[in-house]
Design a protein around this ligand. Structure first.
Ligand SMILES: N=CN[C@@H](CCC(=O)O)C(=O)O
Ligand SMILES: [Zn+2]
Length: 435
């Protein structure tokens, strides 16, 4: 095939497709054995989409007359799909390292929250910050996520709680969507906490009567495109009935339901999410057996957050039971001032050790299933012809090193590629197979 193309990755030791038949998500055995080619090459076209994947000699003859903007020799290396981080809170101001010390000394997450810290502390600082300040820190955080292999990230608002600051956060996210080489799925999370001075019912009414109509208006005018709606459904925050009202109102204006549920107390959030047609529910440490069954039936993804369970020493979500019952299991970093982790490779490692997932299951959860949780598995989450050319190249002959080397991804990730364009190149990365 002659013509000009953007990128040729040649002769990878392992090219991990994850899946290859247009699957929306992977369950059970399929999640446990992702598709993989050896000695394979890949071409990304000028439109940023994958044009061909296959054995190196086949690709060589197929593209014999073609030219490429960039060719990368992948001998001895592995190519994987860009990682998908299905849950983050990356726009905020105010350092909470002091709360980490309090938690280490025995304070619980809710004790700090109820004493006016936690989310309230971050809200206070985020309200005071300028849009420019928030954008600059957010940009820096996205760059750190990208260096750890994430090429599609879900990003929430939720540290404003009032309309003015929620919109400020969403504008910051929209600006990054337009200006940065990274995929973003944006989430309105105005029900992240009950703002000081309001009851949960008053906050719910404010969201339904003022926030959501404004989001609808901004979508119609093309100023801000929000993808998902979120609520922190938790005892002492938003109860099941308020959560239901907010999520339904969000769904009515075209947002995908993707919310925090069953984290610290059993709330029957999973049952509610399944009933409302939620695309995903996050946390689920306290999910009921009925909730798991309902999520499997409704094809509602479980976004598990190993950093939070680890940081807060919570009981681990029942990943094995979910996998066995046919729930679509995805992963997220939950990057936020409480769980300060940018790295999906570390998240996968924690999921394997603490939640007893296999490395194959963790990879499916951090790629195609996380893309499903964001409604984007038609374009992201696997290496397939026609999908976006979002890729990670690691300097190792076995892809599992990306999970195995806990915290070692910085030396291992050689290139991060978005739409066929190299967005991060680590020239000093070492050949790990020899260490
Ligand atoms: N649980 C609610 N929200 C976040 C924490 C946010 C914060 O503490 O600032 C979470 O997903 O872990
Ligand atoms: Zn969260």
């Amino acid at each position: 095939m002659a013509g000009r193309h953007r990128l040729l990755l040649e002769n990878a030791q392992q090219l991990v497709l994850v899946c290859g038949r247009g699957e929306e998500y992977l369950l059970r055995e399929a999640a446990a054995s992702p598709a993989l080619l050896r000695g394979a090459s890949l071409v990304v076209g000028l439109d940023g989409c994958i044009k061909a994947v296959g054995p190196a000699d086949v690709i060589r003859s197929q593209f014999s007359g073609a030219t490429f903007e960039r060719i990368i020799d992948c001998s001895g290396k592995c190519v994987l799909p860009g990682l998908v981080d299905a849950h983050t809170h990356p726009v905020w101001a105010g350092d909470r390292v002091h709360e980490f010390a309090m938690k280490l000394a025995g304070a619980s997450y809710m004790e700090i929250h109820q004493a006016g810290g936690g989310i309230h502390f971050t809200v206070e600082h985020t309200r005071k910050a300028t849009e420019e300040e928030l954008f600059n820190t957010f940009k820096h955080r996205l760059e750190r996520m990208r260096r750890a292999g994430s090429t599609l990230v879900e990003c929430k608002s939720g540290y404003g709680l009032n309309l003015e600051t929620e919109l400020k956060m969403l504008r910051v996210i929209e600006r990054a969507k337009q200006s940065m080489d990274i995929g973003i799925s944006s989430t309105y999370c105005g029900a992240h906490s009950v703002p000081k001075g309001k009851t949960a019912t008053e906050a719910t009414d404010d969201i339904i009567n003022n926030h959501l109509p404004k989001l609808k208006e901004l979508k119609l005018s093309g100023e801000i495109h929000v993808n998902n709606i979120d609520v922190f459904c938790e005892k002492g925050v938003f109860d099941l009935e308020s959560t239901r009202r907010i999520l339904q109102a969000g769904k009515d204006i075209g947002l995908q339901i993707n919310f925090h549920g069953d984290e610290l107390h059993p709330m029957k959030s999973a049952e509610l999410g399944a009933e409302l047609g939620a695309r995903a529910i996050s946390h689920l440490e306290e999910v009921s057996d009925e909730g798991i069954t309902a999520m499997a039936r409704a094809k509602c993804a479980a976004v598990l957050l190993p950093t939070t369970a680890y940081m807060l020493r919570l009981k681990q979500p029942q990943a094995r039971k979910m996998l066995e019952e046919g729930v679509i299991v995805a992963l997220g970093s939950d990057f936020n001032p409480n769980a300060y982790c940018f790295s999906m490779p570390m998240v996968m490692h924690l999921a394997c050790v603490n939640m007893k997932m296999s490395m194959n299951e963790a990879l499916a959860a951090a790629t195609i299933n996380a893309a499903y949780a964001l409604g984007k598995s038609d374009t992201h989450g696997s290496i397939e012809t026609g999908k976006q050319g979002d890729l990670v190249i690691i300097n190792s002959s076995r892809w599992e090193h990306l999970i195995y080397q806990f915290g070692g991804h910085e030396a291992l990730i050689n290139y991060v590629i978005v739409k066929g364009k190299v967005v991060y190149e680590n020239e000093s990365c070492e050949t790990m197979s020899s260490y």
